[in-house]
Design a protein around this ligand. Structure first.
Ligand code: EPS
Length: 385
């Protein structure tokens, strides 16, 4: 990220999560309710653990905002972990409890083993606390700020779940307005727009719970209202799709990202793989399809962004997988930590936030300025032809 940067800190059962967002222009009116609304969207979804009943995520803005308006200085956000009081001793920054049993059996698929070997930890809790997707709460808060910035320019981001295990949605979301997608997805326990698929997804999650297993899936992100020209074709680290893919893959448990047709494009003839170009007076250049997903050559085309993200089944199984104790080197079953059975619906909300951060960064790069009016001026003066 060049114009908009962020850092987060915090352990899953530590005192709090904190984030700093740097690069937001001055003069943007922010709503705290909106930030908290996004946080509550992330906490939902069928198949979540008891943890989400303990937490009631709320953001506190510690810096960078005054009287509801951004100052142009770094914005600091804090979210308390309510569960911390149950873990106070175990997560104390200074004192180790007299009786303490380290976690020594890594879960296959988690960061546990590779993370411990890398940092030289002999207690896997030192790894898993930070590798946990609890961190995404603060990313959602920062993303909610980026989103409010993008909405000033009519850029809207939404998402819905298209697959859990083998249950697949058949709804073509591109034909729906983004507000409707959000409203319908928010109402569905699995954020799915297709009622029949929703039922099957819930069944699969119930089945997983019963079998003490987990399930992953796929969510789709859509962004509309983007101007032409975000990102660039001139250099690898400026290509918009590559930046989006990097950011989305940084969300815990994401394994693949596709744009438009995605990997299906490899099975098509060239004549059926691209978005044909049309022009109309007043409307400008336009396409009738979104096969490229709204990005060509690393540059936004002005069409909707269509991105699919695949999430693996969570690696904490209540019927644990084979593993080896780090200390004794004996074969044992993996460590069990309270966890979700399925977190794909929540991941789609995190995906929206992460996408908002990348798009706001690319937008600020193109229409840079220190204050919102300056950026608005540059945006209005943009060349359309
Ligand atoms: C959480 C994500 C999960 C949970 C966490 C809450 O992250 P991961 O499975 O990657 O560690 O661990 O906490 C619990 C489920 C718990 O019982 O404490 C989240 O998204 O808030």
């Amino acid at each position: 990220m060049s114009r908009l940067r962020y850092l987060t800190a915090g352990e899953s059962h530590g005192r709090a999560l904190v984030g700093i967002l740097e690069g937001m222009p001055a003069g943007l009116e922010l709503s705290l309710e909106r930030i908290n609304h996004e946080l509550s969207r992330r906490q939902g979804g069928y198949g979540r653990s008891f943890r989400q009943k303990i937490e009631h995520d709320e953001a506190q803005i510690l810096a960078g905002v005054r009287f509801g308006v951004t100052l142009g200085s770094p914005i600091a956000v804090l979210i308390w972990n309510r569960d911390w009081k149950n873990w106070e001793g175990l997560m104390d920054p200074w004192h180790k409890p007299a009786e303490y049993k380290p976690v020594t059996v890594p879960r296959p698929g988690h960061a546990d083993l590779a993370g411990a070997l890398k940092y030289g930890h002999r207690d896997l809790r030192n790894v898993l606390e930070r590798a946990s997707a609890r961190e995404t709460a603060v990313r959602v808060a920062l993303g909610a700020i980026a989103r409010q910035f993008l909405e000033r320019f009519q850029i809207k981001i939404t998402s819905h779940v298209v697959q859990i295990l083998d249950a697949q949605s058949r709804v073509d979301a591109l034909s729906l307005p983004p507000e409707e997608i959000t409203a319908r997805a928010d109402e569905s326990p699995v954020r799915c727009l297709d009622k029949a698929a929703e039922e099957k997804m819930i069944q699969r999650i119930d089945e997983a719970q019963k079998k003490r297993d987990t399930v992953g899936g796929v969510f789709e992100l859509l962004a509309t209202g983007l101007p032409v020209g975000l990102g660039s074709y001139v250099h690898w680290d400026r290509k918009l799709h590559a930046r989006i893919a990097q950011a989305l893959l940084s969300i815990q448990a994401m394994k693949a990202v596709e744009f438009g047709l995605g990997r299906e494009v490899a099975e098509r003839w060239g004549s059926e793989a691209h978005d044909l170009i049309y022009y109309e007076e007043g409307r400008g250049f336009y396409r009738q399809t979104a096969r490229a997903g709204g990005i060509e050559g690393g540059v936004s085309t002005g069409g909707p962004l269509v991105i699919r993200v695949a999430m693996k089944p969570l690696s904490t199984l209540m019927r644990p997988l084979d593993s080896v104790d780090m200390i004794t080197k004996q074969p044992v079953k993996a460590h069990i930590e309270r966890s979700d059975v399925c977190a794909v619906p929540a991941a789609s909300v995190v995906g929206e936030a992460v996408l908002a951060l990348v798009l706001a960064d690319a937008f600020l790069e193109k229409f840079s300025g220190d204050s919102l009016p300056e950026i608005e001026e540059r945006f209005l003066a943009r060349r359309l032809v």
